[in-house]
Design a binder for this molecule. Structure first.
Ligand code: BGC
Length: 763
């Protein structure tokens, strides 16, 4: 059962949650887990990666393509829909092993007729433009069926409609629906080919939709199956005629047939799991939730494109403008780095391709270099507005400082590229633009920082750290630490280039008009202030003056809330004047730089910040889990891990901030669940020399096993309570040094080792 996610029975109030939960996708598009008979009112969506549009003065957001999977069945005149009457039986399932969605519903129709509809669908992992949907109908009595199936162009949009001049037509016996986006006039074509050898068919064309109506005189007991091959192409694809390409894709799929297409799907998904699956012994619930988290990451990973990255709500719709945040580098990247480095590369190359947008943003604010977008779309220009939240009491827009003050984003990007380079040793990332990104980010920080000549140090003033409830603060420890790392990386990369590729080095430096030199970057690196632990109590101040804020308990703060959706940050927010923070901030720094802080410091800060953290962001819990494991307290970590890993299964997450809907899937938490299990409980880390494993397994876990890819070498690691077993892949040529609880051990290519360990776990 651990590969199957399932819900029995239909509940209207679960429609939105289940549409997120039962999503399918292939990185090119995401398809929400809605029923075939649903329309835009149930938030049906085929969300396309990387295609954005703006209507009037509303926010830009990704385009939802016309819905090629629309099917409505009528039996003897009455509509079979879970929305119209309670079904006799209803099951919805995800087969995570193969990226397949299944739904089976039994309706009660006229004359005691039991009609069962089984529908299976998948977004092809082999043919990224293709969604396949097979529907089988079985009735217990003779009856007349009227099936309306085709492409519904009247789709759910938050700030749409995005397609204009929509035309529906038939080409080569395929239904074609084409429209153009408002802003950039990008064409979008959806095509459906059908395999259906029964009934009489007529074409129905409406303003934004095109369907086939199939009339069947049904004979009791028989099974009728039809299969839809739906293809999506847009102006972003490199083909001359997108409708023609979509028709060809659907006809080719029709020729290949469902069985063979599913086989292709199974092969690719097997490969994905081979490279990534983690097995947990002793805890079925955790196993299921963790696998589900990885499933969510797989369906949105841009495996084929370095022009798109993963938005904060994946491909589950248009929430958060379909924008890419720091979530990708800090929370999702590690999963791909350790399992599918080529996807990690694509994610980082997206930042290279959007460098110009980051340059424009820096210039807009009067700085040098590259200031990455807080909410990044296809060009890298910032989609984040200055008034991102409306006050629930007055309805007035509130000035927020996500866009202009979360400067750590540029350091997060550098961190991501550096991680990729260190893990893989793939120099091409630097030569293909990564070095330039790093250099530009360093220049941005140099121009942003303030040199305090009295204290003879650089400071980073007027920023917002990860904790968004405290805006415009000075010397946020997390930000300063990451800026310092950016400067370090810049110096290293420029040294490397000077030696290995002097030409490139000269090119990067010669582009300078601003006069910022490497010496200045080095000077800043040597003199940048980073808040340190207090000598007595070891606490690190989140920012200057943090400890002077009101020290209130979370319960007390919550008792002051007057409206359940009120925003706790901003000018008048309840948390603003207190020590309550939205999400891991200092604790995230302790995770990222775990070698630089002793256990006492980590423990003191965890204990201090934990009761003060609201976890108002889904990015928070996993970090508390990671640091708890690091300090040898896996049982403190466990509830945080479970909260992270189940977020999209339970649907229990914040749905509104002010009056802004923020529901959808949570890929950062999905990545966080993997991190908490593998980097946390198994204690895995790689920093360029040896692979470190310092396990701290939760009580009920007897073992955890996972694949690992470092520097092009693949391993299988199994950590139990007593020993670590490492199998080096048969094709590995190099030896690798592993350090297990402080003991070094060499693993030769193609061999296996078992090492007993004795890490100290606190209880
Ligand atoms: C968090 C940010 C995050 C964004 C998108 C916000 O609620 O505070 O850190 O980047 O959501 O997930």
């Amino acid at each position: 059962m651990s590969w199957i996610v399932r819900e029995d029975g239909f509940r209207k109030e679960r429609i939105t949650t289940n549409s997120n939960k039962f999503m399918i996708g292939n990185g090119y598009m995401g398809y929400r887990g809605t029923m075939e008979e649903f329309t835009k009112s149930e938030l049906t969506a085929t969300t396309l990666a990387g295609l954005y549009d703006k209507v009037g003065d509303k926010w830009r957001e990704p385009v939802n393509a016309p819905n090629g999977l629309f099917t409505r069945i009528q039996c003897d005149g009455s509509v079979l829909s879970v929305l119209e009457a309670e079904p006799l039986e209803h099951e919805q399932e995800l087969d995570m092993q193969h990226g397949l969605h299944r739904r089976k519903t039994t309706f009660s129709a006229k004359g005691d007729n039991r009609v069962t509809v089984l529908s299976e669908r998948f977004c092809s992992a082999e043919r990224l433009h293709l969604i396949v949907n097979r529907i089988t109908i079985h009735c217990s009595k003779d009856c007349e069926l009227l099936i309306t199936t085709g492409i519904d162009g009247d789709v759910w949009d938050i700030n749409g409609p995005h397609l204009e001049r929509m035309v529906g037509q038939v080409e080569d016996n395929c239904l074609v629906m084409k429209g153009w986006t408002h802003e950039l006039n990008q064409p979008v074509s959806v095509v459906e080919a059908i395999e259906c050898n029964f009934g009489e068919k007529t074409i129905i064309t409406e303003e934004q939709s095109i369907y086939r109506q199939i009339v069947v005189q049904y004979r009791a007991g028989e099974k009728y199956t039809f299969t839809k091959y739906v293809s999506v192409y847009t102006g972003m694809d490199e083909v001359e005629n997108i409708s023609l390409a979509a028709v060809q894709s659907s006809l080719e799929a029709l020729r290949v047939g469902y069985a063979q297409l599913f086989l292709e799907q199974a092969v690719i998904w097997n490969r994905k799991w081979e490279m990534s699956d983690v097995t947990i012994e002793g805890d079925k619930e955790a196993q299921h939730a963790l696998r589900y988290s990885m499933y969510q990451l797989h369906i949105i990973a841009p495996e084929q494109s370095e022009k798109v990255s993963i938005p904060a709500r994946g491909l589950s719709g248009q929430v958060y403008k379909g924008a890419v945040f720091w979530d990708t580098e800090m929370f999702m990247l590690p999963f791909f780095l350790y399992t599918q480095p080529e996807v990690a590369r694509n994610l980082m190359m997206y930042r290279v391709h959007t460098l110009d947008g980051a340059r424009r943003k820096a210039a807009e604010y009067g700085f040098e270099g590259a200031f990455y977008a807080w909410e990044s779309q296809e060009t890298g220009d910032d989609a984040c507005t200055l008034f991102n939240v409306n006050d629930v009491f007055t309805g007035r827009p509130m000035r927020t400082y996500f866009r202009d003050k979360q400067v750590h984003i540029s350091a997060d990007v550098v961190h991501g590229i550096w991680q990729y380079y260190t893990f893989t040793g793939d120099e091409s990332i630097l030569l293909d633009g990564g070095a330039e990104v790093i250099w530009e980010c360093a220049k941005f920080f140099y121009s942003y920082a303030y040199y305090n000549s009295r204290k003879e140090r650089y400071e980073v003033l007027d920023v917002t750290g990860p904790d968004e409830y405290h805006e415009r603060v000075n010397n946020n420890a997390f930000t300063n630490m990451l800026v310092k790392q950016t400067l370090f990386v810049t110096i290293e990369v420029m040294k490397y280039l000077q030696n290995k590729n002097p030409e490139r080095y000269e090119i990067i430096l010669s582009k300078e008009q601003d006069g910022i030199t490497l010496e200045q970057i080095s000077h800043m690196y040597d003199h940048l202030y980073v808040p340190q632990p207090d000598q007595d109590n070891k606490l690190i101040s989140q920012f200057d003056g943090y400890f002077k804020l009101e020290d209130v308990s979370l319960t007390e703060l919550k008792s002051r809330i007057m409206n359940k959706n009120e925003y706790l940050g901003g000018g008048n927010g309840l948390a603003t004047t207190t020590q309550i923070l939205k999400q891991a901030d200092v604790i995230l720094m302790l995770h990222l730089f775990k070698d630089r802080f002793d256990q006492e410091t980590k423990q003191a800060n965890w204990k201090f910040y934990e009761p003060r953290t609201e976890h108002g962001s889904s990015l928070s819990s996993c970090i508390y889990a990671l640091v708890a494991s690091d300090i040898g307290s896996p049982d403190w970590a466990y509830p945080y891990f479970m909260r992270t890993a189940t977020i999209d299964l339970t649907g229990e997450s914040k749905q509104y901030v002010g009056d802004l809907y923020i529901g959808g899937t949570h890929p950062a938490a999905n990545g966080g669940a993997w991190m908490a299990a593998v980097l946390g409980f198994a204690g895995l880390r790689y920093q360029g020399d040896d692979v470190i494993i310092s396990p701290a397994l939760p009580e009920k876990w007897t073992a955890i096993e996972f694949p690992l890819c470092v520097r092009g070498q693949s391993y299988k690691v199994c950590v139990s309570k007593e020993e670590v077993h490492i199998t080096s892949h048969i094709n590995n040529t190099n030896t690798m040094l592993f350090t297990i609880c402080g003991q070094s051990i060499t693993v030769p290519g193609g061999q296996e080792i078992t090492a007993p360990y004795n890490c100290i776990i606190q209880t």
